[in-house]
Design a protein around this ligand. Structure first.
Ligand SMILES: *[C@@H]1O[C@H](CO)[C@@H](O)[C@H](O)[C@H]1NC(C)=O
Ligand SMILES: *[C@@H]1O[C@H](CO)[C@@H](O)[C@H](O)[C@H]1NC(C)=O
Ligand SMILES: *[C@@H]1O[C@H](CO)[C@@H](O)[C@H](O)[C@H]1NC(C)=O
Ligand SMILES: *[C@@H]1O[C@H](CO)[C@@H](O)[C@H](O)[C@H]1NC(C)=O
Ligand SMILES: *[C@@H]1O[C@H](CO)[C@@H](O)[C@H](O)[C@H]1NC(C)=O
Ligand SMILES: *[C@@H]1O[C@H](CO)[C@@H](O)[C@H](O)[C@H]1NC(C)=O
Ligand SMILES: *[C@@H]1O[C@H](CO)[C@@H](O)[C@H](O)[C@H]1NC(C)=O
Ligand SMILES: *[C@@H]1O[C@H](CO)[C@@H](O)[C@H](O)[C@H]1NC(C)=O
Ligand SMILES: *[C@@H]1O[C@H](CO)[C@@H](O)[C@H](O)[C@H]1NC(C)=O
Ligand SMILES: *[C@@H]1O[C@H](CO)[C@@H](O)[C@H](O)[C@H]1NC(C)=O
Ligand SMILES: [Cu+2]
Length: 602
């Protein structure tokens, strides 16, 4: 049947209305950013160098509208450090190369180089952005991202938004702290304790509010280590979103956020405008090895109904009783996904390697950055990209097929709490064991929630397990890691390689990304060892520090080092009494010898 002209015009009009109009209304938002050093003193205790954007710190809050395209032209003006940029929680569906983690989807951007991100945002809610270069974001390169949703189911229920960040804060720079942390002198792996805590990158923050109004708070923990207990005196919070997923309203007096978690909640102001109320964040000190007397683990701000009125001190609490996030119900009602096609079991442990320092492990492997970024290996190894061997022995890689249902079972054999983040997805949290329950036992667990909570960061309890379920509907290379930066730098990461052959058909790495690798001297083809001829031959791959020789324990190792040192000191003393004293350089080289050699006692 022939199509009449009027029918054709009608069809064209319909197409314009349904397809073209929304596309036309989406905007492109461009950021031109010089990443460079500046100085700040957010806790009033110590001015220090911080990483800023265009000379500014705190970093800007980004407010993007759902559907918009984001372009970031990033220039590394740090002079003395590499950098990178990750938008936390973005699925980067079709743009895996814009995700940011160094060694996974790109090379580290050398000082003096530029790098462009170009992706669309199609998810609503509360997010953040941060450097994904080793141990860099806690030096200041992190800020909040809000994705405004014209179709927010809670629109009309609030008068204004209050974006707010929480963060632990260190006075010393991370490269220096890491040197002391990953060190034979710190065999237990005690994490450096923060110097203070910040609310919106300051303290004593005042937030002007009006009586009777309702506000949507958007709260993000942009810290490196500490979980945060947050509450507002005299006011109840109604949670409506978690990590970018709308939830059924859930009322609470207190919220706990691990590093990288986000909550949006509604708070209705009192009708009486005469009193101001304290708003408090208190660091979870469970993981702190020491609690210095001088450390204030709390930060206070105020909802100021009347700026002239008293800002009362926060009342001290005896105990914390936060909302149980496992019970949050996604507002879209998404049901438990079907049974898993693949189960990735990750046994978490902390242990020492042959250099005497403490590392973090999944299944006995501490993540070590491959010679070629994993995404580039997936794109350049042909059919073999489906063979997990290609990605090397130190990346904890798992290859999954398109649309498979994947369970990640994480068993925590450590007595610490760890917040786990998966790039490229939200996951359903289908099981969370109580403290000290031990490893997950699939045999006696069939009672998963019908509508599980869904998010992108979840905390595993001490000596317990969590099970996360997702559908592999986003071809790409996605890092899964602990969001405590101390643990990421000691290797607590795995790599999920999703439908690599699909990826080969759809993704092309932009020239400026490859240029950055050339400048950094990093190969962009071949397997994890950079072998392009025999991609199953991993000779030359990056390896982790070798293990302690059998029979050596960390404590034994330390004893050995100290007995050697005292022997050397003894010799030095003899030498001093005897004839020519050892120079400091000689002593230092002797110590270096022990530090290096002690681990090689095979
Ligand atoms: C916040 O107030 C406390 C108590 O007055 C004070 O000790 C602290 O220095 C203030 N912080 C900042 C960043 O001004
Ligand atoms: C927190 O900081 C951001 C970025 O500077 C700012 O846009 C926002 O208004 C601040 N929030 C409050 C409650 O002051
Ligand atoms: C973001 O922009 C939207 C639209 O202009 C506005 O309604 C919303 O309050 C903004 N959110 C924040 C956190 O600034
Ligand atoms: C890099 O430069 C900053 C700012 O001058 C300085 O504070 C920092 O110590 C330097 N870092 C390294 C690793 O050289
Ligand atoms: C961003 O990507 C889109 C889609 O590939 C492309 O059309 C556009 O030209 C790119 N924009 C820039 C500034 O690179
Ligand atoms: C911080 O606040 C908590 C809860 O109110 C309290 O138990 C603790 O003593 C406070 N710490 C300091 C150093 O004030
Ligand atoms: C691994 O390979 C990369 C790229 O070639 C290199 O920069 C890095 O220093 C190597 N070693 C480790 C332990 O990551
Ligand atoms: C699950 O199995 C373990 C080991 O078989 C057992 O110790 C535990 O009590 C079981 N838990 C439940 C809830 O049945
Ligand atoms: C990615 O896009 C595909 C195709 O539109 C869609 O089926 C899939 O659900 C998306 N996945 C995620 C995680 O956004
Ligand atoms: C994957 O690579 C390993 C290691 O070279 C090899 O033994 C294995 O046969 C390969 N598997 C497939 C399916 O090719
Ligand atoms: Cu951790």
């Amino acid at each position: 049947m022939a199509l009449s002209l009027s029918n054709f015009l009608m069809a064209l009009l319909a197409l314009l209305l349904t397809r073209l109009l929304p596309i036309v209304s989406a905007e492109t938002v461009t950021f031109d950013w010089d990443i460079g050093w500046t100085r700040a003193n957010p806790d009033g205790l110590a001015e220090r160098p911080v990483i800023g954007i265009n000379g500014q710190w705190p970093l800007p809050l980004l407010n993007i509208t759902k559907g918009d395209r984001v372009i970031v032209n990033m220039n590394n003006k740090l002079g003395n450090q590499t950098t990178s940029l990750h938008f936390h929680g973005m699925f980067q569906n079709g743009t895996n190369d814009m995700d940011g983690p160094v060694g996974v989807t790109q090379c580290d951007v050398p000082a003096g180089m530029s790098f462009k991100l170009n992706f669309t945002i199609d998810q609503p809610g509360t997010y953040w952005y941060h450097s994904h270069t080793r141990g860099q974001y806690p030096d200041g390169f992190r800020g909040q991202l809000v994705v405004h949703d014209p179709e927010n189911p809670y629109r009309g229920q609030f008068d204004a938004e209050i974006p707010l960040t929480l963060s632990d804060w260190y006075h010393e720079q991370f490269p220096i702290l890491i040197e002391g942390f990953i060190n034979y002198k710190n065999p237990t792996g005690a994490e450096p304790v923060p110097n203070s805590v910040l609310m919106n990158d300051t303290q004593n923050l005042t937030v002007p509010v009006e009586a009777g109004k309702t506000y949507l708070f958007r709260l993000t923990n942009i810290g490196a280590f500490a979980g945060q207990y947050f509450w507002i005196e005299g006011h109840t919070m109604r949670i409506v979103e978690v990590d970018g997923v709308y939830t059924e309203p859930a009322e609470t007096e207190m919220i706990y956020l691990t590093a990288a978690q986000r909550y949006a909640f509604l708070v209705t102001m009192k009708d009486d405008a005469s009193t101001n109320f304290a708003m408090v964040s208190s660091m979870d000190t469970d993981l702190f090895d020491t609690l210095p007397d001088t450390l204030n683990t709390n930060v206070t701000g105020w909802l100021t109904y009347d700026n002239a009125a008293l800002k009362p001190d926060a009342a001290l609490l005896d105990a914390f009783d936060p909302f149980d996030d496992f019970t949050l119900q996604p507002q879209d009602g998404m049901e438990l996904l079907g049974d898993a096609d693949v189960t990735v079991t990750l046994d978490l442990a902390m242990d020492n390697l042959g250099d005497g320092a403490s590392y973090a492990f999944f299944n006995g492997i501490t993540y070590t950055r491959p010679v070629v970024p994993t995404l580039y290996s997936a794109l350049t190894t042909g059919e073999s990209a489906n063979n997990v061997s290609v990605y090397g022995d130190y990346t904890n890689s798992y290859v999954v097929e398109k649309d498979q249902i994947v369970d990640i079972v994480l068993n925590n054999a450590d007595s610490g709490k760890h917040p786990f983040h998966l790039h490229g997805h939200n996951f359903q949290v289908i099981y969370r064991g109580p403290d000290e329950e031990g490893s997950y036992n699939a045999a006696n667990e069939t009672n998963f929630p019908a509508v599980p909570s869904r998010r992108d960061v979840i905390m595993v309890r001490p000596l317990a397990s969590i099970v996360m379920r997702f559908k592999a509907d986003n071809p790409g290379v996605w890092l899964f890691h602990c969001h405590i930066d101390w643990h990421l730098v000691t290797g607590l990461a795995a790599t999920i390689i999703e439908a690599p052959l699909e990826l080969q058909k759809t993704l092309t790495i932009p020239e400026d990304h490859l240029e950055v690798c050339r400048e950094a001297g990093v190969a962009t083809e071949g397997n994890a060892a950079g072998n392009t001829v025999d991609v199953l031959d991993l000779k030359g791959q990056n390896e982790s520090v070798p293990p302690l020789a059998a029979g050596f324990t960390a404590r034994g190792y330390v004893a050995l080092v100290f007995s050697c040192i005292s022997a050397i000191l003894g010799m030095a003393v003899i030498a001093w009494y005897g004839a020519a004293p050892l120079s400091t350089a000689e002593l230092a080289s002797a110590k270096r010898f022990i530090a290096k050699h002690g681990g090689d006692t095979k």
